[in-house]
Design a protein around this ligand. Structure first.
Ligand code: AMP
Length: 281
């Protein structure tokens, strides 16, 4: 596995692979890899002959009061995991390499970014969209894989890719969960043993909502209230938002006529956990 720290070297590597007729599949990450990330890597292997994984904890997507400094990092472990998956190139740039002399150009996905996560993390998707666009120009992939766990992020990236005419196929991958339903996340490392026991209440809320919709309930308010009650039964969990939205526009909807997205963010101790489910009628 080639480890690449410089943008120029990444572009040269990528251009050589393209000239050799290889399809490049890309998985951007912030490291501290878990089985969710590795599932994306395995999906990428099926999509292209060359797989590039990036590890970059992007300062621009963290607000000053968020966990940028505390975000878990373990390069040696990540590198070994990716070697084991036979990844072709690990792109591991420094912040100075990605943002050499500041950055005056940003990408605002105007209508999707301010909703849901964006309401509670203003500027977050501006940081995400900007760094992903930059990574696309550095890695020059044919296709890129993103997790549905971060559903809004996936939609923001799809929109940005379309709006800016990136010739890149965006592929979503289903959420990978622990046995008790908790979505794998690098931030689960923040949970104490007791908090870890409280965390599957998010998944139970999603399941409760799915069951109600399967029974024929179409009122979004009633479905949301039942999901909310599931989490409120857990004293260590504090809901930040829980909404039922149109899967495309992410606007809240009063009735579940077709597919609807249930998206939630919940604080459990020091961890802010997000999850979602597609409710199908
Ligand atoms: P992160 O390192 O958290 O920025 O995540 C990198 C990529 O992995 C993103 O596309 C995430 O959506 C995806 N991802 C994170 N956790 C999971 C999971 N549990 N299942 C599937 N994809 C995930």
């Amino acid at each position: 596995m080639r480890i690449i720290e410089k943008v120029k070297e990444m572009q040269v590597w990528s251009d050589a692979a393209r000239r050799a007729g290889r399809r490049i599949a890309f998985v951007p990450t912030m490291g501290t890899l878990h089985d969710g990330h590795l599932a994306l890597v395995r999906a990428a292997k099926k999509l292209g002959e060359r797989v590039v994984v990036s590890i970059f904890v992007n300062p621009a997507q963290f607000a000053p009061d968020e966990d940028f400094a505390a975000y878990p990092r373990d390069f040696a472990r990540d590198r070994a995991l990716l070697e084991n998956e036979n990844v072709d190139a690990l792109f591991y740039p420094s912040a100075a390499e990605v943002y050499p002399d500041g950055c005056q150009t940003h990408i605002d996905v105007e209508r999707l970014a301010p909703l849901l996560e964006g309401e509670f993390r203003p500027g977050h998707f501006r940081g995400v969209a900007t760094v992903v666009a930059k990574l696309f120009n550095m890695v020059r992939p044919h296709t890129a894989v993103f997790g549905e766990k971060d559903y809004q992020q996936l939609q923001v990236i799809r929109r940005m890719t379309k709006d800016l005419n990136f010739d890149i196929e965006i592929v979503g991958h289903p959420t990978v969960r622990d046995a008790d339903g908790l979505a794998l996340s690098s931030r689960n490392a923040y949970l104490s043993a007791r908090e870890r026991q409280a965390a599957p209440s998010l998944f139970r809320a999603l399941k409760r909502a799915e069951a109600l919709v399967a029974q024929g309930e179409r009122c979004a308010g009633r479905v949301a209230a039942a999901a909310r009650a599931e989490i409120e039964g857990e004293p260590l969990a504090e809901i930040e938002y829980l909404r039922i939205c149109d899967p495309e526009t992410l606007a809240e909807i009063p009735r579940i006529e077709h597919a609807a997205l249930l998206a939630l963010a919940v604080r459990v101790g020091p961890a802010r956990l997000i999850d979602n489910a597609m409710l199908k009628t």
